[in-house]
Design a protein around this ligand. Structure first.
Ligand code: SF4
Length: 339
């Protein structure tokens, strides 16, 4: 079966040059950041792909490229077998937007504080004409239908139907994120892009929200792209995991394989930073160094200044993501059998 989402060679470059006059006066060249560089993956229907990496690795840019908030510099995204950039007419774009939705990190910033929950969750229903509000005769009935539909959506995320009359400030952080999820579900999407949906929440609340998302995935057959810097969260939700470093995928594999047999030294470093609650006694490599400046990335393998297995080849030749024992990995040492 064709995967619901297929991403090929996706790249995004941002022009971060100083203003023209400053460049002329200070004799500075233009500057570009390759936020995402040649990323390819696919997501099967009903499954979750998690993208992980430290801050600035490009995972949130991938999320925004997928839902059309940014236009790619290179590469393409196919949704249900159709290229998303082919949906250029208004009707095609509306359909696409209805079928894929995004949940943002900060439930405080993403909900309009002046709107009642009825308006927040009801907006996409009105926008996409999923409740008839237009004619005068349909007005009263339409308002009732909208209220009933929003109430249903709130119930599906563990809130009360009566919450439609409340404002966002009357809810806790976890409840606000549930409102965001209810709003995303309003158009009955097939694909949800979730950008760090729980990282602004207390740890005790995170699990509740993640469990709701998993239940919704099962009951509605949803497909998720899940962006997170937290491998413990990823372990809870993902079927497949992609590890990103400085705009590129360095490892892509099934969750069990990635957590059981991490190949790439960066993946190992990230895993070693998770507390070992099983007290397995395995040797650990502490996280070393910092992510390099993306304006001036290292030559060869971008990870080489931090890598305990780096050699001369690593600093000159960029490794390509290739399949090794069923796992996609971009590392010379793995391909040479050194680790
Ligand atoms: Fe380390 Fe070299 Fe592999 Fe990069 S290619 S991760 S520097 S061993």
């Amino acid at each position: 079966m064709t995967p619901l989402v297929q991403v090929r060679d996706l790249s995004k470059t941002f022009d971060v040059s100083a203003p023209w006059l400053n460049r002329v006066v200070e004799r500075k060249p233009r500057q570009f950041v390759h936020a995402v560089d040649g990323v390819s993956f696919s997501i099967e229907r009903g499954k979750t792909l998690a993208l992980v990496g430290e801050s600035g690795c490009g995972k949130s840019t991938v999320a925004r490229l997928l839902v059309g908030l940014y236009q790619p510099t290179r590469g393409d995204v196919q949704f249900d077998g159709q290229p998303t950039d082919a949906a250029q007419n208004a009707a095609g774009l509306r359909t696409l937007r209805r079928r894929m939705q995004m949940i943002f990190q900060d439930p405080y910033a993403s909900l309009n504080p002046r709107w009642k929950v009825l308006d927040i969750v009801g907006e996409p229903l009105r926008e996409h004409g999923l409740v008839n509000m237009s004619s005068a005769s349909a007005g009263a009935r339409g308002a009732d239908a909208l209220k009933a539909k929003v109430g249903e959506l709130l119930l599906s995320v563990g809130l009360a139907a009566a919450d439609v009359e409340k404002f966002p400030h009357q809810f806790s952080g976890g409840q606000r994120q549930r409102i965001s999820i209810a709003r995303a579900l309003a158009t009955q999407p097939e694909f949800l892009v979730c950008d760090e949906p729980t990282s602004a929440l207390d740890v005790s609340v995170q699990a509740q929200v993640l469990n709701i998302m998993k239940d919704l995935q099962r009951s509605r057959g949803l497909t998720y792209l899940f962006i997170s810097h937290n491998l413990a969260v990823v372990r809870h939700v993902a079927d497949q995991v992609g590890v990103m470093y400085l705009g590129r995928l360095v490892e892509l594999s099934d969750k069990a394989e990635l957590f059981g047999h991490p190949r790439h030294p960066y993946t190992r470093m990230l895993l070693d930073a998770i507390p070992d609650i099983h007290m397995s006694g395995r040797s650990r490599t502490p996280v070393q160094g910092e992510v390099p400046n993306p304006l001036n990335p290292p030559t060869g393998c971008a990870f080489h200044p931090r890598c305990p297995h780096a050699n001369a080849r690593c600093s000159q030749e960029r490794p390509v993501l290739t399949v090794f024992q069923g796992v996609h990995v971009a590392c010379h040492a793995v391909q040479e059998g050194r680790i």
